[in-house]
Design a protein around this ligand. Structure first.
Ligand code: FUB
Length: 339
């Protein structure tokens, strides 16, 4: 695989047809996890930089070092970059690659969750705590016990329980795990076998640990059968997110190498979930990653593309667009660029 950049005229045309523009342009941002805390929108993104590492399937070119929090008073207000909230040098266990984060509020405290590679090149997930939604956050000395791979998304259910969803194949290393155990010799299942599902664990009361052994989530097709590893247009790749709409749980995710954002619906935070369709068609840039949040009765998709950097896959920009549901609760698919 190589990174092919588009000619400038094509980039201009894509920018002109985009359904939304980057929320901030002073830095590159990606993987937005959006929440409404105290009536305001807070977006917890990756902070993309040019780390000078060549493009590869492991995502080593995503060499991020810190996090900034973006805030907005409302969907129509300017987005504010609140500066550095956490830096890799302040995380005792982390060596590099500060990938897609998320945050949760419980009581008066804010918990910032992030994946990073340790010195041994294995991803784990850490937590840092602060008393403001924009940080700064103070990292716990060790990663969360029993955590692995990438892309934590923390969901607060209506009963006050919190769940972390995580995992990602290829660069995210999920293919090296079965039943929460690491084995470097393991790889993705064969095409005709069930896919590797995302992982979920309930959080402890203090939000710093898992309260239970992480479980694999089942995503089923229309016949009630698990999605297969070879079903690249629908199978889970990375970028877990959970939201609840009209009493149903919506687990959404990226299909990675086919570049779709998809969702599956269920009746429990643990699943099983039944594949529901696409939320967003492919964006400019290899990765696609998102979150979904409600603000004053409207629902918004937060996503990213690489149009600001003229198509450089690891220099992305966070955007937002409204999403709608049909009468059966299906999400109407968005196209990121008008025809
Ligand atoms: O930003 C680095 C990685 O790219 C994220 O962890 C993935 O979800 C993908 O967006």
């Amino acid at each position: 695989m190589s990174e092919e950049l588009l000619p400038p005229e094509q980039i201009q045309a894509i920018r002109a047809k985009a359904i939304s523009q980057p929320l901030v342009e002073n830095i590159y941002t990606a993987d937005p996890s959006a929440h409404v805390f105290d009536g305001k929108i807070y977006i917890y993104p990756s902070h993309d930089i040019e780390a000078g590492i060549p493009f590869n399937d492991n995502g080593d070119h995503f060499g991020m070092e810190d996090y900034h929090v973006i805030s907005m008073d409302s969907p129509d207000s300017p987005a504010v970059d609140n500066g550095v909230a956490l830096h890799v040098k302040d995380v005792p266990w982390a060596a590099r690659q500060m990938w897609a984060p998320d945050a949760a509020k419980k009581g008066d405290l804010y918990y910032f969750y992030f994946p990073a590679k340790k010195a041994d090149d294995i991803f784990q997930i850490g937590v840092a705590v602060g008393d403001s939604p924009i940080g700064p956050f103070v990292a716990q000395p060790e990663p969360i016990k029993g955590s692995y791979t990438i892309d934590p998304a923390v969901f607060e259910d209506e009963d006050g329980e919190y769940y972390m969803y995580f995992g990602g194949i290829w660069g995210g290393q999920l293919q090296h795990y079965r039943k929460n155990q690491y084995d470097a010799t393991l790889s993705e299942p064969a095409d005709h076998e069930p896919q590797l599902g995302p992982i979920v664990a309930k959080m402890s009361d203090d939000m710093l640990e898992f309260a239970e052994t992480p479980k694999e989530i089942l995503i089923l097709d229309e016949n009630g059968q698990p999605l297969l590893a070879g079903d690249h247009d629908r199978r889970f790749f990375e970028a877990s997110w959970m939201h609840k709409y009209d009493g149903k749980y919506y687990f959404s995710y990226s299909t990675g190498n086919t570049h779709f954002l998809c969702y599956a619906m269920g009746d429990s935070p643990y699943g099983p979930f039944t594949y529901g369709g696409r939320i967003l068609e492919p964006v400019l840039g290899w990765t696609t990653h998102h979150s979904i949040a409600e603000f004053e009765g409207k629902w918004y998709l937060f996503y990213h593309d690489s149009s600001l950097s003229s198509g450089i896959t690891h220099l992305r920009s966070v955007k937002m667009a409204e999403i709608t549901y049909d009468k059966d609760g299906k999400i109407n698919t968005l196209k990121p660029y008008r025809d």
